[in-house]
Design a protein around this ligand. Structure first.
Ligand code: AMP
Ligand code: ZN
Length: 465
């Protein structure tokens, strides 16, 4: 597999630290509000990367943090008259609702910064002890000139970076590029006790600390949106490598923005659509389809018509699935026919093409085209004369290729009917065996799904209510 590494600006062959395993850290949301579909693009992209690694047989440890202490958290909590803990709890639970709604798989862990304060303090202490950081009156700064590789990820050297900085906000720093890793408590702010007095962690240190704590010295992939390359990820590298003496991450992946009117969608520009609002109007698979219809390193300009056209595109793929499911109940031949052997190879070749696209730096746009080609091929070549075996193979394949993208997984009505009929058979069997507890349970379970059973002289019938 090849991954475009922001660090080298090249596609590189992926070689995991430990064969068969992927350790991945993705910078997550600041939990002071609902997330918008720009954030959702990044979350969906890395969820797809994770799913695809799993599809290719890797065991993936996927960590995505919640930033639950920073200026925005503090001012929102103040505004709402609640503690930052209450604010964090609330929007973490809202995050899960929306992320689950978008079929984003739950991470292996979602660490919260405020739950790692002791480890963060130790991390800062180590940096001070090693002279990579210095304290001034309760604030602790990382000294960028001490870290030779500073600027490498964003492709700038320290001098170039400095020339771009406006004359400095904090005159006390040794160098304008130095950044706070521990911030002295200001009046009314939440704070923790530390060797430098009461204060709170800076933003960058939380990711360095939690990535190390949960994944170890060197991780395989560190990821986030493009806006995080500088300064966030640059600073994470400086802190982690200075403290641990090891390379922090082997591959750096960054997703491009979701724009609106060619401008980055963001809370500060107030040009956003929340994931929640989008989910009210559109099926989650349509939203995922939109996000994955462009390569993750190209910007995508959102417009409401895009979701409408993606909705019809996805429907075309579901039509193929429906047709195949209908055919399964109608065709005469069970086993693969001799003349179908070649067609079976042809079907399987779509899997190869799909893998080729996805292996090439997760080219979801081209992978989706492969699924469309497969669907067209199926529509024109599979019919009432086909065998059940070839139909089932085609059906399994189209669903299989959708899975890493989190699309084409919806249970269709036909599937549901099959499931219900299976349960009814089980209930019949239980009754014959006089296991009434089980048969009653099945009846109740079905009722809860809105299915009512009718014992008729012709046998059991069912209907939806
Ligand atoms: P935030 O809560 O603003 O820290 O953002 C959480 C994640 O969403 C980060 O990885 C950001 O880079 C990413 N992100 C923010 N805005 C956008 C956008 N318009 N398009 C894509 N990703 C975004
Ligand atoms: Zn981070």
């Amino acid at each position: 597999m090849k991954i475009f590494n922001t660090m080298s600006r090249k596609k590189e062959e992926f070689v995991p630290v430990k064969p068969g395993e992927v350790k991945m850290y993705v910078c997550g949301p600041t939990v002071y509000n609902y997330f918008h579909i720009g954030n959702a693009r990044t979350f969906i992209i890395f969820d797809t990367v994770r799913r695809y690694f799993e599809y290719r047989g890797y065991k993936v440890s996927f960590i995505q943090n919640f930033t639950d202490i920073d200026d925005r958290m503090i001012s929102k909590a103040k505004q709402d008259g609640i503690t930052i803990k209450e604010l964090g709890d609330r929007f973490i639970s809202e995050y899960y609702k929306d992320a689950d709604g978008l079929n984003i798989e739950r991470a292996t862990a979602n660490p919260r910064a405020t739950e790692f304060i002791d480890d963060i303090i130790n991390f800062v202490k180590d940096l001070v002890d090693k002279k990579f950081a210095y304290e001034i009156d309760g604030d602790v700064y990382f000294s960028t000139e001490k870290f030779e590789k500073y600027g490498k990820l964003s492709g700038q050297n320290l001098e170039e970076l400095e020339s771009g900085v406006r004359i400095n906000v904090d005159e006390r720093k040794k160098d304008p590029m130095d950044f706070a890793i521990w911030k002295k408590q200001k009046e009314g702010e939440p704070a923790w006790k530390s060797p430098w007095g009461f204060g709170r962690p800076g933003w960058h240190i939380e990711c360095s600390c939690m990535a190390h704590k949960l994944l170890g010295d060197t991780i395989d992939i560190h990821a986030g949106g493009m806006d995080l390359v500088f300064p966030h990820h640059e600073n994470e590298i400086a802190q982690s490598e200075s403290r641990n003496g090891k390379k922090f991450a082997n591959y750096w992946m960054h997703s491009a923005y979701l724009n609106i009117n060619n401008q980055k969608m963001s809370k500060s520009l107030n040009n956003f659509l929340t994931a929640r609002d989008a989910l009210e109007k559109f099926d989650p698979e349509v939203i995922r389809f939109l996000m994955l219809s462009a390569h993750y390193r190209t910007q995508l300009n959102y417009s409401p018509d895009l979701l409408d056209s993606d909705k019809s595109a996805l429907e075309r793929l579901y039509n193929s699935i429906d047709n195949l499911e209908n055919l399964l109940g109608e065709v005469k031949f069970e086993k693969l026919k001799k003349e179908e052997k070649e067609y079976l190879n042809n079907l399987n070749s779509y899997r190869d093409k799909y893998i080729e696209k996805m292996d090439d730096d997760f080219n979801t746009a081209d992978a989706i085209s492969v699924i469309f080609d497969l669907s067209k091929d199926i529509n024109s070549n599979i019919n009432i004369e086909s065998s059940k075996e070839i139909i089932q193979t085609a059906l399994n394949l189209i669903r299989e290729l959708g899975k890493p993208l989190g699309i084409l997984q919806k249970v269709t009505k036909k599937d549901l009917d099959k499931e219900i009929e299976k349960l009814i058979e089980e209930r019949q069997k239980a009754r014959e065996e006089k296991n009434f507890a089980l048969s009653d349970k099945i009846r109740d379970d079905l009722k809860a799904k809105g299915i009512v059973l009718l014992d008729t002289p012709q046998g059991v019938r069912w209907k939806r209510v």
